[in-house]
Ligand binder design. Structure first.
Ligand code: V47
Ligand code: SF4
Length: 389
C-alpha cells in the first residue's frame, strides 16, 4: 500500500480516536482485541477497513495473488443433517435430484484429469448414512494409486465426526486411518458460526463448535493442516463473527495448522432461510477486510470466486484477500444450488490469470500448502513461460 494511504488515515482529524488507535496498532503489526474487532464492524467504513486490510495483505504477500489447479468430487448430496441454510442436502428433504457416486464413479473423475497439471482434489459432500470411514479410506487409497502426486483435501469436520463415531473410533484413530490411506489436509467447511445459540438455530443437529475445533486441533497435531470457514450474513450479529474468529485465532496460536480463512456469504435460494435477505456487497468487502485485520496469525484469506462471482472476487483483492481458490470446474454444486453468482463455475488457468492481472495483481499458482509453483507475471500462454519460480 502506498505509505500516503496509511498517513492519510493517521492525519485525518475527523477520524474517531478509537479507530485511529486501531489503525496505529495495525501499522505497528500489533494484534487487535475482540472489542476493537467489534468496533471495526460497528464503525469502520469500507474505505477505512480496506486501507488497513490492504496494508496487512501487502505486507504479508506484496501483490501476489494465489490460486491453485484443483477439482472437486462431491460423493453425495444425501445428508443425515438438516442445516437450515442448506440448499443441497436431499435425504431429509425431497429425494429427487439426489446422487450418490460409486467408488468407480469417483475414480473416473480422477482419471478424467490424467495428464492435466491439477495438484489438488477437494472431496466434500453430504453426510451419507451409509458411506463410512472404511469406504472412504478405500477411495483415498485408490485415488493415490492413480495420482500419487495429487494432494487430497477431504472431508469437513462434520463428515469426519459422523463417520468416526459410526466406526466407533476416536477422532485421532479415524484421522490416522484416513491419513494412512492418503488424506493430506482438511477443508474448512462445517464451521458455520461457533456461537452455540446461533448454531442451535441454524444447524442444531450436526457436530458442535467444540467438536469442530477439537477435530481441527487433533488434525493439526497429527501434521494434517486445514482451512477454516465462517458462514456469515444470516441471523448472526457482528459479535458472533468476532467470537468465531477469536476461537480460530486462539486455536491457530496453539497449532499454526490453518492454511487459510474463507468467509462464506450466506446465499438464500431454495433453503429454509430463504426469507433472510443476502448481505450487500459493501458488507461482504468489509467482512473480508475485518477478517484480514483480526486474524493476524492466518497466512491467507481466500475469496471463493464461484460463490461470490468474478467481479466481487476482483474487488476483494483490495480488501485483504490474497487467494482466489482455484480453476475448479463445474463439479461443485453446493453453491450453485444455493443461488451463487456463478451457475457453472469454470475458469481456465488463463482466464483466472487474466482476471487477476486486470486488477493489477500478480498471479501465482500455488499448491495446497502455498508453495509457489508458477509465477504468471510474465507468462506467455501462447509460447513458453518467461518467469517460472
Ligand atoms: O460448511 C452451505 C457452506 C460449506 C450454504 O476449505 C453455504 O478450501 C453459503 O467448506 N450459502 C462447505 N454457504 C464448503 C466449504 C468450502 C468451500 C470452498 C473452499 C473450501 C476450502 C471449503 O458451504 C458449508 C457451509 O458453510 N454453505 N450452504 C449457503 N446456502
Ligand atoms: Fe448436510 Fe452439510 Fe447441508 Fe448441513 S450443510 S445439511 S451437513 S450437506
Amino acid at each position: 500500500m502506498p505509505i500516503s494511504s496509511a498517513e492519510s488515515i493517521l492525519q485525518d482529524s475527523n477520524l474517531d480516536p478509537q479507530l485511529k488507535k486501531i489503525a496505529l496498532k495495525v501499522f505497528k503489526s500489533e494484534r487487535i482485541t475482540p472489542t476493537e474487532g467489534l468496533l471495526l464492524y460497528e464503525k469502520g467504513e469500507i474505505g477505512f477497513v480496506g486501507i488497513l486490510a490492504n496494508f496487512i495483505r501487502e505486507k504479508k504477500h506484496g501483490n501476489h495473488t494465489f490460486f491453485n489447479r484443483n477439482f472437486h468430487i462431491e460423493p453425495t448430496n444425501m445428508c443425515v443433517f438438516d442445516c437450515k441454510f442448506c440448499s443441497y442436502s436431499r435425504l431429509l428433504k425431497q429425494k429427487e435430484d439426489s446422487w450418490e457416486l460409486s467408488e468407480k464413479q469417483m475414480l473416473d473423475i480422477v482419471r478424467k484429469y490424467e495428464g492435466e497439471p491439477v495438484t489438488e482434489v477437494h472431496i466434500v459432500g453430504g453426510v451419507h448414512p451409509k458411506l463410512g470411514l472404511a469406504f472412504f479410506a478405500g477411495v483415498l487409497k485408490k485415488i493415490k494409486e492413480i495420482r500419487p502426486d495429487l494432494h487430497i483435501k477431504g472431508f469437513t469436520a462434520v463428515e469426519l465426526e459422523y463417520m468416526v463415531r459410526k466406526a466407533k473410533m476416536t477422532i485421532a484413530e479415524g484421522l490416522q486411518l484416513l491419513k494412512d490411506h492418503g488424506l493430506d489436509s482438511l477443508p474448512g467447511g462445517g464451521a458455520e458460526i461457533f456461537d452455540e445459540s446461533i448454531r442451535k438455530e441454524i444447524c442444531d443437529d450436526k457436530c458442535s463448535s467444540e467438536e469442530w475445533l477439537q477435530i481441527h486441533e487433533t488434525a493439526h497435531k497429527m501434521g494434517i493442516p486445514s482451512n477454516a470457514t465462517m458462514l456469515y450474513g444470516h441471523i448472526e450479529k457482528y459479535e458472533h463473527r468476532i467470537d468465531h474468529m477469536e476461537r480460530l485465532r486462539a486455536l491457530q496460536d496453539r497449532t499454526g495448522g490453518f492454511n487459510t480463512f474463507i468467509p462464506l456469504k450466506f446465499r438464500n435460494k431454495d433453503n429454509q432461510m430463504s426469507a433472510i435477505a443476502e448481505s450487500a456487497l459493501v458488507e461482504d468487502l468489509r467482512n473480508y477486510a475485518i477478517a484480514r485485520i483480526y486474524l493476524d496469525n492466518f497466512g491467507h484469506i481466500k475469496a471463493y470466486w464461484p460463490m461470490i462471482g468474478r467481479i466481487t472476487a476482483q474487488l476483494s483483492l483490495n480488501f485483504g484477500v490474497d487467494d482466489l481458490d482455484g480453476t475448479i470446474d463445474d463439479t461443485t454444486k453446493i453453491y450453485t444450488m444455493a443461488g451463487s453468482e456463478e451457475q457453472n463455475p469454470a475458469l481456465s488457468t488463463q482466464q483466472l490469470v487474466e482476471l487477476i492481472k486486470q486488477v493489477e495483481r500478480h498471479p501465482i499458482e500455488r499448491d495446497t500448502l502455498y508453495n509457489i509453483l508458477t509465477d504468471y507475471k510474465e507468462y506467455d500462454f501462447a509460447g513458453q513461460n518467461t518467469a517460472t519460480v
